[in-house]
Design a binder for this molecule. Structure first.
Ligand SMILES: O=C(O)CCC(=O)C(=O)O
Ligand SMILES: [Fe+2]
Length: 402
């Protein structure tokens, strides 16, 4: 039997509502001591679990990053050029992706590395009480999607909820943190928009706390309502990624949160240069509203950040081994794992290797070579090779030396 969600009983006349009570429940977790609570964005993360940093990057830097991604797309033989959105209209113009996240060819690209360095500087200033150089990063995917792409199901404007397939329950709404972990300030992820991603476009959707709830009280209430789910150590079919540092949110849990007004759907309009940051504990995904209107193709970079001081050496080394093998990672820095989508599974399953677009064969060969020769992607392979800026940036973001 599930317990009903009831406001806590109290004799104190000031404690008039569950909402009022819960406003005082701040996020807990390893990041808290590193948040500067005098900064409004840090305050938002502690209370609501999300925030949007507007104009985090200047327009010239956004233009520069778009042209770096366009250069790689061109070199890889894809027709899409984000500087000309009309060239990014169909799947055939783009690399493969998973829920709109490209995790194979671009997550470790020079453009993605430059974007992470820029994001880190902006978030050090907006959120943290440590300088940028003292923050480590995750190496997750890049959103590269054509204008017609949308995750399914789409959002019903009359009843806006985090999208979850009612038939299979198989996402896209999910949480990027192990279901065992109850902290809401242990892992933050951020999306830097390089193209407009507004209401009608593919953009980040959050099941965010509402009606006086904080991110911690919302997630505590959910865990208390579904204790078996959150305490069981059994493998769950919706677990995401090799380390299960994430799971697809069961639809009954989503409906319980929305039916009780504990959360509401947030899908903030993102302009190029804006960064949205959210706690990995919050249910979220990329999505669109129902409708036939034109959408903008989407380019943006996703990354988590965390002070190097709290990354255990074993976690840092595991992260370096994954990235060193030219693989992308999940969101988590403290509990690193390879990204579940670091090679497009549909390509491997349904297309013979000789018919793969060339960059996928090159990537597979590169990964094999790094492994066989004990080399690391973030270091020059020999004295004749230059120590490229993106390699230095990668080492810096990992917190390791040459
Ligand atoms: O597409 C989005 O905005 C969400 C992406 C996402 O869920 C993630 O990278 O963890
Ligand atoms: Fe996610």
């Amino acid at each position: 039997m599930k317990r009903q969600h009831e406001p806590p009983q109290t004799d104190d006349p000031l404690d008039i509502s569950w909402g009022r009570l819960s406003e005082s429940v701040k996020a807990h977790g390893a990041l808290v001591p590193y948040l500067d609570a005098t900064k409004p964005h840090a305050h938002n993360m502690l209370h609501h679990g999300w925030t949007v940093v507007r104009n985090a990057l200047p327009p010239e830097e956004v233009t520069q990053l778009v042209s770096m991604f366009d250069e790689q797309l061109r070199d890889d033989g894809f027709a899409c050029q984000f500087a000309k959105p009309e060239t990014c209209q169909m799947a055939g113009h783009m690399p493969c992706h998973f829920w709109g996240i490209e995790c194979c060819l671009y997550a470790l690209s020079p453009a993605a590395m430059q974007a992470r360095i820029d994001m880190r500087a902006a978030l050090a200033e907006a959120l943290f009480n440590v300088p940028a150089e003292q923050l480590a990063s995750s190496f997750d995917g890049v959103m590269i999607t054509h204008a017609k792409y949308t995750t399914k199901p789409q959002i019903d404007p009359a009843k806006p909820r985090l999208p979850i397939d009612p038939k299979t329950g198989a996402g896209p709404g999910h949480i990027d943190q192990h279901k065992r972990r109850d902290a809401t300030a242990e892992s933050f992820q951020a999306y830097l928009a390089l193209t407009p991603a507004c209401k009608t476009d593919m953009s980040t959707c959050l099941a965010a706390p509402a009606n006086g709830h904080t991110v911690q009280s919302m997630m505590d209430a959910l865990r208390a309502q579904f204790p078996d789910f959150y305490t069981s150590s059994k493998k769950f079919k919706g677990d995401l990624g090799p380390g299960a540092e994430g799971f697809q949110l069961p639809i009954e849990q989503r409906d319980w949160l929305f039916d009780n007004g504990i959360c509401k759907l947030e899908k903030p309009d993102m302009r190029p240069g804006d960064i949205i940051v959210w706690s990995s504990a919050i249910p979220h995904c990329g999505g669109t509203y129902e409708g036939k209107g034109l959408r903008h193709p989407r380019l943006g970079v996703i990354s988590g950040f965390c002070p190097k001081a709290i990354v255990p050496p074993a976690a840092r080394d595991k992260m370096a081994a994954i990235v060193g093998g030219a693989h992308s990672t999940g969101q988590q820095i403290l509990y690193p794992s390879r990204h579940g989508g670091d090679f497009p599974s549909s390509l491997r399953r349904f297309t013979p290797r000789e018919k793969w677009p060339k960059p996928y064969r090159t990537m597979e060969d590169l990964r094999k070579q790094l492994k066989d020769q004990g080399l690391r992607y973030y270091r020059p392979a020999g004295p004749e090779m230059e120590d490229a800026l993106w390699m230095q940036q990668m080492r810096d973001l990992l917190g390791i030396d040459l």
